[in-house]
Design a protein around this ligand. Structure first.
Ligand code: ADP
Ligand code: MG
Length: 699
C-alpha cells in the first residue's frame, strides 16, 4: 500500500462506505491519512461516579452489574438499563431504542462512557452519547482526547476513528520529515512522526494543538517556498525595458474628463516603474468595482505602445471585452493608436487613420495585422486569445508583445505569455492582472507571493454610496413595495438567489432561481422578469445580460453567477436572498453591480437567520463601503474560503483556517526565504516542493 492506493483497495473499509469517503474527497490512502480531525473532545479525564453532577458532560468507567430491557409497546420504545458501578458508587445507564446492545454487552464487562447525568421524573440516570468496552488493549474513542472528523451522511466520526487508528499506527514511521531540522528547531515545531500521530489521536489537548500548528506551519512554509521560487524564476527572465514617457502620460491625464484619484496616480507610477525594469513585471492591480482600473490599464497600455511594443488586453467574457474595447478606444483615441477587438462573431478593428470609427474586419485579417505589428492593442477574451490551432500553436501571435493585461483572472503563466510572441523573441511580456476582489494584504502575500501588489484604495470623487440594509422576514413586504417604486421610476433590479453548498448544488440552485422567478412574477405582475443560472451556456448568459442592459426587462433573477464588472447603469436595486450564506467580500461584489451611475442605488440583504452573529456580520455591510475593510472582517470571521481563486488551490479546511494566522504566515515566509537559496541541501524538502508545484498547476 502507498499513498496512491485507492481506498477501494484498503481491505477493511466497508464497501458501502467507499462512496461516502469520496463525498468527503477522500479517494486514496494519502487523502485518508491526511484527513485531519475538525476538532477534539477531551474524554481523557475519567470521573468517579460519585462525582457526577446533573447535566454536566463527563466520562465514567465501571463494571456492568446488571442489564435490563423494558419494551413499551404503547410508546413503541425500548429502554435498556445497565447498572454500572465503579469503586465509588453505581449509576443506572439508560439507552433508548438500542435494545440490540443487549447482545453485545455482558455482565461483568468494563465499559467506558461519555455522557451526562440526568434527572427526570423522579429518577437519576446516566445518558451516554458514546461508549466502548474498556478492557481492550487500546481504546479508540474514550479515556483520551477524541478526534472529531467532519462527517457525511452514513459516515460517522466514530467509523473514521475505527478506520484511521490502525492505518496511522502502521504508517507513522514510514513517512519522511519534509521540514528542515533547523526550521523545526527555530519555531519549536512538533516533529513529523509525532505530529502525524498526535493530530489524529492526541494524548492531551495541548498535544493536539501543537500537532496542528506544525501542519499549519508546514503548509504555509511550502506555499511560501512555492511563491518565492516563482518570483525568483520570473526575476531571472528577460523582458523589454519600457521607458517612462512622462509627457504622454501627462497628455493622457489632461485629455480625461475627470481628475485621476491620488490612488490611481500612485499605481500608475508603480506600474510604469516596474515596466522600466528589464525583467518581466508580474503585478496584481486590486481595486474595488468602479475604482477606475481601466484607465490605469490604459495608461500602461499607452506607455507600452509609445515604446513600440504591442499590448494584449484579456477579459473574462465577451461582454466585458467589448466594454473594455469601448473604454480603451475612447481614452486612447486621441493618441493615434490602432485597437483591435477579437470576439466570437464580430471582429472589429479601429484604426486612427479611419478617424473615430470602427470597422468590421475578418478574423484572418485581424490576426495578420496583429502578427505584423499593425495592431497596437488587441482586446478579447482570454479563451479566444490563448486558443491553439491543430499544431498546438496559438492562433494569435504578436510581432512585439510588450505587455499582457488580464482582467479578473489572477495568473497568466510565463509559458503562456511566451507563446504569444513570435518565435525569435527571447523576451517575456510584462503582466498586469487586475481584480476587484479585495483580498486582504496578508492573504494576498501568501497565496500570490510571487505577484507584486498595486492597490487602488480610493474611489473617484462624487460617487454615491449604495444604501445597504439587512432585511428580516417581517420587513419583506416593505422591501417589495420599495422595489416597486424604483421599477416604476424606470429603474431595474437584480435578485440573487442563495448559494447552496451540497452535492446537488447546481441543480438545486437552478430550481431556486426558477421558483423565485415564479414568485416574483406574482409580486410584480406588470413587469418583465428573466432569469440567469449556471446551467445556461455562456452565449445564452451574455444574450440575457445584453437584453438587460437594453432594458428589455426590469428584473433579473440569478444565481451567484452574475459576472463582475458589467455596467447596467439603470440597475438601482439589488436584493440578495440568503445573504448570510455569502462572504462579505462576495456580497460587496454583488453590491458593485448597482450604483454605477449618478442615481442613488440600494442593496438589500435578506436573511432568515436570527443568529445575532450573522446579523451583525451583515450589518458590517451597512456600515462599510470599502471592500478591503469588509474583506478583513470576513477573513477574521470566516477565513479565506470566500476569496476568489483561493478555492482553486484546493486547500484543506485547516489551511483555510491557518491563513487567518498572520503571525504564523510571517514566520513561515521568513524561514522559506532563508531556506530557498540552499534548498538543495534538503532533498526531502525539495521533493515535497516539487510535488506541491505539480499539484498547484497554474501554467
Ligand atoms: P473598475 O475598476 O471597476 O474596472 P472602471 O475602470 O470601469 O472601474 O471605471 C468605472 C467608471 O469610473 C468609468 O466610467 C470611468 O470612466 C470612471 N472613472 C475612472 N476614474 C475616475 C476618476 N478618477 N474620476 C471619476 N470617474 C472615474
Ligand atoms: Mg473593470
Amino acid at each position: 500500500m502507498n499513498f496512491q492506493t485507492p481506498i477501494e483497495n484498503i481491505k477493511f473499509i466497508r464497501e458501502k462506505q467507499i462512496a461516502n469517503f469520496k463525498k468527503l474527497k477522500i479517494r486514496t490512502l494519502g487523502d485518508l491519512l491526511f484527513y485531519f480531525p475538525e476538532q477534539y473532545e477531551d474524554f481523557s479525564d475519567v470521573k468517579e461516579i460519585k462525582e457526577l453532577r446533573i447535566n454536566e458532560s463527563a466520562v465514567i468507567k465501571g463494571k456492568v452489574i446488571d442489564i435490563n430491557e423494558e419494551k413499551s409497546l404503547k410508546k413503541r420504545m425500548s429502554v435498556l438499563t445497565i447498572l454500572l458501578s465503579d469503586s465509588s458508587a453505581s449509576v443506572e445507564v439508560v439507552f433508548f431504542n438500542q435494545g440490540f446492545l443487549k447482545q453485545s454487552i455482558k455482565k461483568g464487562e468494563e465499559l467506558i462512557l461519555a455522557g451526562k447525568l440526568r434527572f427526570k421524573g423522579r429518577s437519576l440516570y446516566f445518558s451516554p452519547t458514546i461508549f466502548e468496552k474498556a478492557d481492550k488493549s487500546e481504546l479508540t474513542h474514550l479515556g483520551q482526547v477524541m478526534p472529531v472528523y467532519r462527517e457525511t451522511r452514513g459516515l460517522t466520526s466514530r467509523y473514521m476513528r475505527f478506520v484511521l487508528k490502525p492505518l496511522i499506527q502502521r504508517f507513522k514511521d514510514k513517512l519522511p520529515e519534509t521540514l528542515p531540522k533547523e526550521v523545526i528547531r527555530e519555531h519549536d515545531l512538533m516533529p513529523f512522526k509525532e505530529a502525524f500521530y498526535e493530530i489524529h489521536f492526541p494524548q492531551t489537548m495541548e498535544h493536539a494543538k501543537k500537532a496542528r500548528q506544525r501542519f499549519v506551519f508546514e503548509q504555509l512554509f511550502f506555499i511560501s517556498l512555492f511563491s518565492l521560487k516563482k518570483k525568483l524564476e520570473i526575476k531571472n527572465e528577460k523582458a523589454q525595458q519600457l521607458e517612462i514617457k512622462n509627457d504622454i502620460i501627462k497628455r493622457l491625464k489632461n485629455s480625461l474628463p475627470y481628475d485621476l484619484t491620488s490612488a490611481q496616480d500612485r499605481v500608475i507610477k508603480e506600474i510604469l516603474n516596474d515596466l522600466n525594469i528589464p525583467h518581466p513585471m508580474n503585478r496584481l492591480l486590486q481595486g474595488d468595482v468602479g475604482s477606475g482600473k481601466t484607465v490605469v490599464a490604459s495608461a500602461a497600455t499607452l506607455n507600452s505602445i509609445r515604446n513600440k511594443t504591442q499590448v494584449v488586453f484579456m477579459a473574462p467574457t465577451e461582454i466585458l471585452a467589448k466594454q473594455h474595447f469601448k473604454t480603451v478606444f475612447d481614452v486612447l483615441n486621441r493618441f493615434n493608436v490602432n485597437v483591435g477587438l477579437l470576439t466570437g462573431k464580430e471582429d472589429k478593428y479601429y484604426s486612427y487613420k479611419l478617424k473615430n470609427d470602427t470597422i468590421e474586419i475578418s478574423r484572418q485579417k485581424l490576426l495578420e495585422k496583429c502578427k505584423k505589428g499593425e495592431i497596437d492593442v488587441l482586446i478579447g477574451t482570454q479563451a479566444l486569445i490563448v486558443k491553439k490551432d491543430k499544431n498546438n500553436k496559438p492562433k494569435v501571435l504578436f510581432k512585439n508583445l510588450g505587455l499582457v493585461i488580464i482582467d479578473e483572472q489572477h495568473r497568466f503563466g510565463v509559458k503562456q505569455r511566451k507563446e504569444l510572441c513570435l518565435e525569435n523573441n527571447d523576451k517575456i511580456p510584462h503582466l498586469l492582472s487586475m481584480t476587484a476582489t479585495p483580498i486582504p494584504r496578508s492573504l494576498a502575500l501568501t497565496i500570490w507571493g510571487d505577484l507584486d501588489l498595486s492597490i487602488i484604495d480610493k474611489m473617484p470623487k462624487g460617487r454615491k454610496q449604495v444604501k445597504t440594509s439587512t432585511i428580516l422576514p417581517i420587513e419583506r413586504q416593505r422591501t417589495y413595495d420599495f422595489i416597486l417604486k424604483e421599477l416604476k421610476k424606470n429603474n431595474q433590479c437584480f435578485v440573487v438567489c442563495p448559494r447552496i453548498e451540497e452535492n446537488e448544488a447546481s441543480r438545486l440552485e437552478v430550481k431556486n432561481v426558477k421558483d423565485e422567478y415564479e414568485n416574483l412574477k406574482e409580486i410584480f405582475p406588470e413587469f418583465e422578469i428573466e432569469m440567469l443560472h449556471g446551467k445556461m451556456k455562456p452565449k445564452e448568459k451574455e444574450e440575457i445580460m445584453k437584453r438587460f442592459r437594453k432594458k428589455k426587462f426590469q428584473i433579473l433573477v440569478s444565481t451567484s453567477v452574475i459576472e463582475v464588472g458589467i455596467d447596467i447603469p439603470d440597475a438601482t436595486v439589488i436584493l440578495i436572498e440568503g445573504a448570510d450564506r455569502f462572504g462579505l467580500a462576495q456580497l460587496h461584489q454583488f453590491r458593485g453591480r448597482v450604483g454605477r451611475s449618478q442615481k442613488q442605488s440600494y442593496c438589500f440583504l435578506a436573511t432568515e437567520s436570527n443568529s445575532k452573529k450573522t446579523i451583525q456580520r451583515l450589518r458590517a455591510m451597512e456600515k462599510y463601503a470599502s471592500g478591503f475593510k469588509l474583506s478583513e472582517i470576513d477573513l477574521k470571521l470566516r477565513g479565506p474560503g470566500d476569496f476568489l481563486g483561493v478555492k482553486q488551490w484546493g486547500f484543506s479546511d485547516y489551511i483555510m483556517e491557518a491563513l487567518k494566522d498572520i503571525k504564523m504566515i510571517k514566520k513561515a515566509q521568513k524561514s522559506a526565504k532563508r531556506i530557498l537559496p540552499k534548498i538543495k541541501d534538503y532533498p526531502l524538502t525539495l521533493k515535497r516542493l516539487e510535488s506541491f508545484e505539480k499539484k498547484v498547476h497554474i501554467e
